[in-house]
Design a protein around this ligand. Structure first.
Ligand code: GLU
Length: 428
């Protein structure tokens, strides 16, 4: 029998159902939280540089706003599906809840491949996306942000279109804006740094000296680059990094067992996170198959690419040395693989806790937008560290108390907070 293709939304619902059962949630609360509150599906026609027109499907899914306006990024990806956006929107609800910021969860996407779009075409796509949902998003309803293959420039085009439509300035409509244009210092670093703050705390808890550990990273985009930099500052040794190669349409793992300097590697990486193979070779890196990152003799694995990367098919390859997995990406581990990891006693820092630094800093960005007064980098990063560390501790304390897996403990905290909000508001 053919295996069912991976479906991120089914996986998110499966994770939710397990914890809802354990928490004994009321059936109506379950019905409300296992599905998005609202969804917008639309088409974005744009004029291409060659004079022709193309139509791109776009989405915004608002999973829940009981704790505050929906919040979450917009992804540009050729394999985007509405179910992936739904899963990611749901995970955003748990993410904002676990770090206890007054926001809900949402996610957006456009099925497109930015590798093949000029800047002008991407600008048209951003403006077209905003025109489709301009009445349904905004600083008091739903606040978008960058995600896979979108960044500050995209956010600024979107903000500009939104402000043109509404005829006033609304810097808090969107986060991840460039610094000096309403953006916050530290936002670019925030997700990757947040990942490492949680790793630092996990290693403390396990009695590991981070400066004596080895790590393997999957992905070399924004999250991975900053997580790698901070890990190195903490004294850890990165032995490999994997990335997508656009020219060869496959992934490679670049390994240098004596250690990788992320800044050196960033110097030979393009804006889509593709590392130049020839230059890497000249610098002493071996290039291995894309999935080799998972089988390295490392203490720490950081999957920081896309969903569905650690599955039943490759979980068995994880070496005995691995003690911590830090999910920089959203949904990188399937439930089947997760069970194996839990049974092996590997310390899991689950995605919606591990990578919550980005949205936490987005919240700081909104706070600064509202005040129209901007903090220095030190202030942003120390507030970020404080938030991430206290969220981590709350989850690990509960995990210890209930003898639960970290993912389960994180879900318990997040779902209880959202369930309480929908209940006390009188929705169900
Ligand atoms: N896209 C990021 C995430 O998945 C950040 C979201 C935000 O800043 O709103 O958490």
């Amino acid at each position: 029998m053919e295996k069912k293709p991976f479906n991120a939304f089914e996986m998110a619902q499966q994770q939710f159902d397990g914890v809802a059962e354990k928490l004994g949630l009321d059936p109506a609360v379950r019905d409300l939280l296992r599905n998005p509150l609202r969804e917008y599906h639309f088409l974005i026609p744009i004029r291409m540089d060659d004079g022709g027109y193309k139509v791109f499907p776009g989405y915004r899914v608002q999973h829940n706003d009981a704790r505050g306006p929906c919040k979450g990024g917009i992804r540009f990806h050729p394999h985007e599906t509405v179910d992936t956006v739904r899963a990611l929107a749901m995970w955003m609800t748990w993410k904002t809840a676990v770090v206890d910021i007054p926001l809900g969860g949402g996610k957006g996407g456009v099925i497109c491949d930015p590798h093949n779009l000029s800047d002008r075409e991407q600008e048209a796509l951003c403006r077209g996306w905003v025109r489709q949902v301009a009445k349904n998003v905004g600083h008091e309803q739903d606040v978008p942000a960058p995600d896979v293959m979108t960044h500050g420039q995209h956010m600024l085009w979107m903000l500009d279109e939104f402000e043109k439509i509404h005829g006033a300035k609304y810097p808090g409509f969107i986060t991840g804006k460039p610094v000096g244009m309403g953006g916050s210092l530290g936002r670019t670093e925030a997700t990757g740094y947040g990942v490492m703050f949680t790793v630092r705390e996990a290693m403390k808890e396990l009695g590991l000296d981070i400066s004596k550990t080895l790590a393997a990273f999957q992905g070399f985009g924004n999250v991975s680059q900053y997580a790698a930099r901070l890990y190195r500052q903490f004294g850890g040794t990165i032995i490999c990094v994997s990335c997508w190669d656009q020219a060869e349409k496959t992934t490679f793992t670049f390994r240098r067992t004596k250690g990788i300097d992320p800044d050196e590697l960033i110097g030979i990486t393009n804006k889509f996170g593709t590392i130049d193979k020839a230059k890497a070779k000249a610098l002493g890196y071996e290039s291995l198959p894309g999935d080799a990152w998972i089988e390295q003799e490392a203490d720490l694995l950081v999957p920081a690419a896309l969903e569905n990367q650690i599955s039943g098919a490759n979980v068995g390859k994880i070496s005995k040395r691995v003690k911590v997995i830090a999910e920089g990406a959203n949904g990188p581990t399937t439930p089947e693989a997760d069970k194996v990891i839990a049974d092996r006693g590997i310390f899991m820092i689950p995605d919606f806790l591990c990578n919550a630094g980005g949205v936490t800093c987005s919240y700081f960005e909104q706070v600064q937008n509202n005040m129209n007064y901007y903090w220095g980098l030190e202030e942003v990063l120390s507030r970020l560290d404080e938030k991430m560390t206290s969220a981590f501790k709350a989850v690990s304390d509960l995990a210890r108390k209930k003898n639960a897996y970290m993912r389960e403990a994180a879900y318990m905290i997040a779902i209880s907070r959202v369930a309480e909000a929908v209940h006390r508001r009188g929705w169900v």
